[in-house]
Design a protein around this ligand. Structure first.
Ligand code: GRG
Length: 423
């Protein structure tokens, strides 16, 4: 998914102003959590309640400030939500769906199917559903080898479901990035969305859709992240500049954060986890955002050659840079300093994601750790290239990739929910 992007809150009153407002990134996570606290109080899941108290004893003052700073009143007097708050509402929707299922499932079901399969009208015979899943596996093996190998560690049910989600995301991305991308219109995306709505109602259009229809009937997967990914494709069609980080945050959520939200219902949360459901979903969101930001930082030159600049315009201006500097592609000290701040922010999202990997079902932890460590390394490679992301593509070599696997395995075994208490 090539076009498929808030962690340390710096209080407004900070005596050391951050040149980049140390990260709308930071503000985003904090404000999200403040929002979640209000909503948590209305929910009754025991696991979540326990966690909430603990988390909130640490930074409630900052969280309160974060919320008030990210809610903006429009001219009409309406309250305009920041991107992170809009996105957090989706996190809460998804977490609520999972909690609803958890309450209705018996403990021995927790590790398996969580939703009564609805009746699905197949565009072929029932036997074809198995073939459809196999085809999803083949597509996954062909286009995302490492990821595919990771899915082999999961239970057969979960892995099939992950393949079906992957294939839908890939097909969605191909609409704007594939061979027919130049012919794609907003209307075609509307039709794709209508198909999505149909498959969630148990009326798939083709067999690959049928595999996903079966998956979303079995697992507590919310439709909103899927709709939002299509919205990300619409955004890519109409926009090639992002005025600030809030703007970019929304784009990164649409095209990558959504993938995190779609995946966790299938990957599962460790039954021993004491973390709140939404904190795990928040971490999954953070991993999608971190991956997308990394993607953007790696591909600055390539995107510029397509006339695209994903970097926040206001941050470029603050660093004394402009689109022209990016098109010229010269690594200057201004550029290095700018990049240092961007890398710092992407790493903060990875840090946030790491807290959640520990809470995942045991079989899902290793592949997620592996992909997290490998993608995070791309940031180190950008540094190793002396920030030349104009003409050099930062990439993690085979040896380093292989070396990351045992490290990922060690993390997945040693960092377990019971080994770390609450997060
Ligand atoms: C952390 C927790 C709790 C769960 C994990 C939840 C997951 C699986 C999150 C990952 C989300 C994800 C994979 C987003 C896609 C992001 C992205 C930028 C993909 C880039 O794909 P390609 O463009 O194919 O990559 P390359 O260009 O590097 O080949």
């Amino acid at each position: 998914m090539s076009s498929v992007a808030a962690v340390l809150w710096v209080a407004a009153s900070s005596p050391n102003p951050d040149p980049m407002n140390t990260c709308g990134l930071v503000r985003a996570l904090e404000s999200s959590r403040a929002l979640s606290r209000c909503q948590n109080q209305r929910m009754d899941n025991g696991r979540r309640k326990k966690q909430t108290t603990k988390t909130w004893s640490v930074m409630s003052y900052r969280r309160r400030s974060a919320v008030s700073s990210s809610v903006v009143a429009s001219h009409a007097g309406e309250i305009a939500l920041s991107s992170e708050e809009k996105v957090y509402n989706v996190v809460l929707r998804q977490a609520a769906l999972v909690n609803k299922q958890l309450r209705s499932a018996s403990p021995d079901l927790l590790d398996d199917v969580k939703k009564e399969p609805q009746e699905i009208v197949l565009p072929g015979s029932l036997g074809l559903l198995g073939e459809a899943y196999d085809r999803c596996g083949e597509v996954c093996a062909e286009y995302a080898k490492t990821f595919y190998l990771g899915t082999l560690l999961m239970t057969p049910e979960r892995r099939k479901a992950i393949w079906a989600i992957y294939v839908w995301c890939r097909r969605t991305d191909e609409l704007v990035d594939g061979p027919n991308a130049s012919h794609i219109t907003p209307m075609a995306l509307d039709r794709w969305e209508a198909r999505l709505e149909d498959l969630f109602r148990g009326r798939p259009f083709d067999m690959l859709d049928a595999a996903l229809a079966d998956t979303v009937a079995r697992y507590p997967v919310d439709i909103q992240p899927f709709r939002d990914m299509i919205e990300g494709m619409r955004m890519d069609l109409r926009k090639s500049r992002y005025k600030n980080f809030d703007d970019l945050y929304l784009y990164c959520y649409y095209v990558a954060g959504t993938v995190g939200l779609m995946s966790v219902p299938v990957m599962g949360i460790d039954p021993k986890s004491k973390a709140t459901t939404e904190s795990v979903y928040n971490a999954a969101l953070a991993l999608g955002l971190a991956n997308q930001l990394t993607n953007i930082l790696r591909d600055v030159g390539e995107d510029a050659r397509r006339g695209r600049v994903y970097l926040p315009q206001d941050e470029l201006a603050q660093a004394g840079l402009s689109d022209e500097d990016i098109f010229a592609g010269k690594v200057t000290d201004k550029w290095r300093n700018f990049m240092k701040m961007q890398l710092k922010r992407a790493r903060m999202f990875f840090d946030e994601a790491e807290k959640g990997v520990t809470e995942l079902d045991a079989a899902s932890r290793w592949p997620v750790w592996a992909s997290l460590l490998l993608y995070r390394r791309i940031l180190d490679e950008i540094e190793a290239n002396d920030y030349n992301n104009f003409t050099k593509r930062a990439y993690v070599g085979k040896a380093k990739k292989i070396a990351a696997l045992p490290l990922a395995y060690a993390k997945s075994v040693l960092k377990t929910p019971s080994s770390r208490g609450t997060n």
